[in-house]
Design a protein around this ligand. Structure first.
Ligand code: SAH
Ligand code: SF4
Length: 359
């Protein structure tokens, strides 16, 4: 297959085959995506300082440690001051963008709070810091409000592009509808955001065909950014019941790397994040992802005392180093693999610019 592979026009069957590649074939796949990445987006890695704004969530996704039914989770929401201090410190260190993530809450108070935060981050950084939001499904009006206040990117994972699998991962009710999630992605795109989505890799019941469909879904939706990573079980969630059916963690990591590699080949100029869940499996999981195609890192800048409570899955990496030391260390490790941190760069998706979506 390797010599005849039309890398820029892969069929679903070829994608499925490559998702299972091992040995020499996998090496060729990774080499190809690494080359495409360097040619299309270069060796700079863009930073988004990740602020885990709140673990209060109105939803009950079967895989997630902060689902509303998990009574063991210790709930919090950062104060305005805490957010601003985290942003200011990151901005001084050279982060060109921040990402604000939270459980899904749609109350008017929460929507207004996020809005104030977006405006104040823009004010504090003279409009320079890029802002990504990842606060779940909201109304089109809310998405527009946050966009007009200055958030330019939004990350909403479809989780899986299979409606059938989606149903198995969520309660069967109005709040957890696959169609609603798809419509929310459409609304984000329509509003003018650089729109990002992603999936979990290695879920129970998930097939290689589902994953190939996920990649084709992202291509067809023409996303600007992607954040995808391995599914990692959490003991206090319903999906944990299937943990003995999962691929071993190291294989889940490899599968995630092949997903990233293939997505880079299918969509050469988008932004792809090397997500924290990769690091939860292997200390250098993110660096491996950067090597095969990712170009964005999201170091955690949440005030330290809250980090253990934003516990979506087991083994969440909690560093003993300070954020400054962590960034320095990251820079060194990226250098060792021929990359460099894009300090003070916003790092917009080239794909968004090239397709010039109308605002
Ligand atoms: N509430 C928002 C954003 C926070 S959750 C939302 O759901 O969109 C962010 C992401 O964490 C989810 O999209 C999901 O893909 C991921 N996640 C949740 N539980 C996980 C788990 N057990 N393993 C890996 N990723 C998980
Ligand atoms: Fe809430 Fe997001 Fe977790 Fe679902 S994945 S329970 S919406 S935080």
């Amino acid at each position: 297959m390797t010599t005849r592979t039309q890398w820029n026009n892969l069929s679903k069957e070829e994608i499925m085959h490559l998702l299972s590649a091992t040995g020499e074939e996998e090496k060729q796949l990774f080499g190809r995506s690494a080359e495409i990445k360097l040619r299309q987006v270069g060796n700079k890695v863009y930073l988004r300082g990740l602020i885990e704004l709140s673990n209060i969530c109105g939803k009950d996704c079967y895989y997630c440690g902060i689902r509303c039914s998990n009574r063991k989770a210790n709930r919090y929401i950062l104060t305005h001051d805490e957010v601003m201090q985290a942003v200011q410190s990151a901005y001084r260190q050279g982060f060109g963008s921040v990402a604000i993530q939270s459980g899904e809450v749609s109350s008017t108070t929460f929507v207004a709070y996020v809005d104030t935060i977006v405006r104040d981050i823009k004010k504090m950084t003279n409009g320079e810091a890029g802002i990504t939001l990842s606060c779940g499904e909201q109304t089109e009006e809310t998405y527009r409000r946050w966009f007009e206040s200055g958030a330019e990117r939004y990350l909403l994972r479809i989780e899986t592009s299979s409606g059938k699998l989606y149903r198995k991962l969520h309660p069967d009710d109005e709040r957890h509808s696959y169609t609603k999630r798809r419509n929310a992605l459409d609304a984000l795109r329509k509003t003018g955001y650089q729109t990002g989505t992603g999936v979990m890799i290695g879920l129970p019941f998930q097939t290689v065909e589902d994953l190939a469909d996920d990649l084709l879904f992202m291509q067809q939706f023409d996303i600007d950014m992607c954040g995808m990573g391995p599914y990692i079980e959490h003991a206090h969630t319903p999906l944990f019941a299937y943990h003995d059916q999962l691929l071993p963690l190291t294989e889940r990591l490899r599968l995630a790397l092949r997903m990233i590699s293939l997505l880079r080949i299918l969509m050469p100029d988008i932004n792809i994040a090397a997500t924290t869940a990769l690091q939860a499996i292997s200390q250098d999981g993110r660096e491996q992802a950067i090597t095969v195609g990712a170009n964005v890192l999201m170091p955690n800048i949440t005030p330290e005392k809250y980090r253990k409570d934003y516990f979506l899955y087991e083994n969440k990496p909690l560093s003993a180093r300070s954020d400054e030391e962590e960034l320095h260390y990251l820079g060194q490790r990226l250098k060792a693999i021929g990359h460099e941190i894009g300090y003070f760069l916003r790092g917009n998706s080239l794909h968004y610019r090239s397709t010039a979506k109308t605002l």
